[in-house]
Design a binder for this molecule. Structure first.
Ligand code: TXA
Ligand code: MG
Length: 332
């Protein structure tokens, strides 16, 4: 029985806030994925995040806020469009990239002139931020609580599986409702840009802004979630069109491979002995289950995870993005 994973009682949340203020790492649930938290005002604590994840130190981390009023502390500008998005979607799965305030250190920004800010909606995250603020804390820096490049965690157990005792405690908030990471919109250039599709749909963003956010240009801020290979299981993930899925499974089995399958519309063939998960048909449910399914299919000995390719429309944008990165060719 794990001693790291604790139920989010008021006492546990208060202890978690104290540990953060003491410079320790605490993992906590958000509505998107679990975060690996550190006191954003303590550079040594933030550095510990990078060591625990095995993440390159020039990758920026998101600062989580309990109140939108705290934006002014971290950002030197809060452009109109960003204010509108915050008003519409905070607390919620939206991260805003804004010009950083002078005091915000390189440990947070990865040396860039911008800072990522998000106000999460999960009740445990909110309670933690409130307890943390009552101890004088101003923001909790938190990337997803997985090893660098791996699939993000959507349960407390996933966090323990990836990070073990590199973290002081893991607040257990159950399975994350959204299941994929926040949508990231940058307000650092002339026009807002979409750095990462996510929990808030691009159509909803466009509706509030009165225009669709642009695609990032070459000078856009770096985001590790935008690396071609990221969010990846250990076994190679391969995207296959629904029409060719059964043929691909049979062909690989003939070659002696042990494949696992994440299908959506194709039924498991009789006689298939491996792991086969039938994913939900609609996009929010699919996103909710995705990372847990990828982790479950990624058993030792699995030679490939075959994933049925998804429809082309916008509601699938964020999960298509994650699958494309999970399936990107990796040489180790
Ligand atoms: O839903 C989420 O966003 C989760 C939960 C825990 O809040 N967090 C998350 O953090 O996904 P992380 O670090 O795994 O991914 C955040 C992304 C990274 O790709 C990072 O590079 C980018 O946000 N990011 C953070 N600050 C940035 C900045 N100042 N400029 C550009 N990108 C930034
Ligand atoms: Mg991440």
């Amino acid at each position: 029985m794990s001693t790291l994973i604790v139920a989010p009682t008021a006492a546990a949340v208060a202890l978690a806030a104290q540990r953060l203020r003491a410079g320790e790492l605490v993992a906590f649930p958000t509505e998107t994925v679990y975060g690996l938290g550190a006191d954003a005002g303590d550079p040594d604590a933030v550095h510990r995040i990078f060591a625990a994840k095995g993440r390159p130190s020039d990758h920026p981390v998101i600062v989580h806020l309990g109140e939108a009023a705290q934006v002014e502390r971290w950002a030197r500008e809060f452009p109109d469009g960003a204010r509108k998005l915050a008003a519409a979607f905070w607390p919620g799965p939206l991260t805003l990239i804004l010009p950083r305030a002078a005091h915000v250190g390189d440990a947070i920004t990865g040396g860039q002139d911008s800072v990522g800010l998000r106000m999460p909606a999960h009740p445990v995250a909110k309670a933690l931020l409130t307890a943390f603020a009552s101890l004088g804390g101003t923001g909790i820096a938190a990337p997803s609580a997985n090893r660098f490049g791996h699939v993000s965690p959507t349960t407390a157990q996933h966090v323990e599986d990836d990070l073990g005792d590199a973290v002081a405690m893991i607040l257990d908030g159950g399975a994350c409702e959204v299941g994929i990471e926040s949508t990231i919109v940058a307000f650092t250039g002339d026009t807002p840009t979409l750095l990462r599709p996510g929990g808030i749909g691009i159509d909803e963003i466009a509706h509030v802004l009165g225009r669709a956010p642009g695609a990032p240009g070459v000078d856009a801020p770096r985001a590790s979630g935008t690396l071609a290979s990221h969010y990846a299981p250990h076994a190679p993930a391969v995207l296959v069109a629904a029409s060719g899925l059964l043929r691909e499974v049979a062909g690989r089995e003939t070659l002696g491979e042990r494949v696992a399958v994440l299908s959506r519309t194709v039924a498991r063939p009789t006689g298939f002995a491996g792991a086969w998960i039938a994913a939900p048909a609609d996009a929010p449910d699919y996103a909710h289950d995705l990372y847990a399914s990828l982790r479950a299919l990624d058993a030792p000995g699995t030679t490939a995870i075959l994933i049925e390719a998804l429809p082309d429309d916008d509601v699938w944008l964020a999960v298509r993005d994650r699958l494309a990165r999970a399936a990107h060719y990796r040489d180790g």
